[in-house]
Design a protein around this ligand. Sequence first.
Ligand code: CMP
Length: 379
Amino acid sequence: MIRPSIDALSGFVDSARNVVLAVGLICIVVLPMHLPYSEVHWLEAILWACLAFYALEWALDISRWSKRDHFRERLLSFQHVIDILAVVPILAANLLGIPATTAWLLGAFWLLKLPAATSGFSLLGHVFLAEANSLMTVVKVFVFVLVMAAIAMHLVERDAQPAAFGTLVNSLYWAVTTLTTTGYGDIVPVTPLGRLIAGFVMISGLAVFGLWTGILATGFAAETRRRDFVRTWEFVAKVPFFKPLSPAAIIEIARMLRPIDVAERTVIVRKGRQGDCMYFIAEGLVEVAGAGVQLGSGAFFGEMALLGDGTRTATVTAVVPSTLLVLDLTDYRIFAAHYPDLAHAVEEEAARRRAERNKKPDISAEPGAAANRHATVDE
Ligand code: CMP
């Protein structure tokens, strides 16, 4: 009895985490805004509810860890420290009578929950590691321009503006705001040479940040492609149809295929529509309307339009949440040229299915209205 209720609570915590964080942060931002007493009352009530949520999450983590190995190590882990920081400081501050507008600022610790709950943060970490050398080069260029610009401006402007450029520290401050293209305008060069240097620093700033952005963007794209490839490769290796292939061929095919996840009752292809791709079922189950056929993991469908006139012969719907590997027409042609045996097997199955459809007059019946309500993946 206890197990299902703990599972249900964990499910609730997982699904509500982002909402609670967003609501909590909004309340923390709004609280110091000198609102009427009744509204402050409500905000504080919501914040207490958020705190209760984090206390529940903490308790659930401890209960989960206690049933696994390395319980002591987990109690000393960073995740446990975050659990504690999310609850204890706010509680202590409120108990010590610190004003609410200050005490609830400690809710900033709730943000520490974000990296663990967001896969994007690990992606970011990988990108920074993978691109560390290129990023370090940009940082070195930044520091080089920064120091050179500060020294040059100190030399050129210090006599004209001793208060602004009289010390190297002030010149460095000017160089940072200029190089980062922030440009507060509180310190500006007045000599012609100083302005010339400033122009150079501004252009360098744009170049440095352009480089930085470009490196991160390509790093992100490469890392995402790598992750997608690994996922596709794992699925391809599992599909029995590709089993006879060598590892090198599986890698080549994995590059042609694109994995998609479809929810239960999603219409994947619809009868009569044009189609220019076929699907391999990596995981799941689909139903071919009218044929009374269900296809499971390892099977393929959508080949008839690809090999025929491009018109789908039946509506295919996901029976359970499924993962499909999509092969586009152009890639199918490359695939058929490289692996004629497999292409032959696809053609034979298409011919068999066509014959079966021709045999049964009612085979072209459309699926129920329920399936029609959903969007088609194929479009
Ligand atoms: P296509 O016509 O592109 O789109 C619908 C798909 O349903 C079709 O390709 C086949 O892959 C599949 N299909 C059609 N008829 C049958 C059948 N009798 N048995 C299994 N699959 C079928």
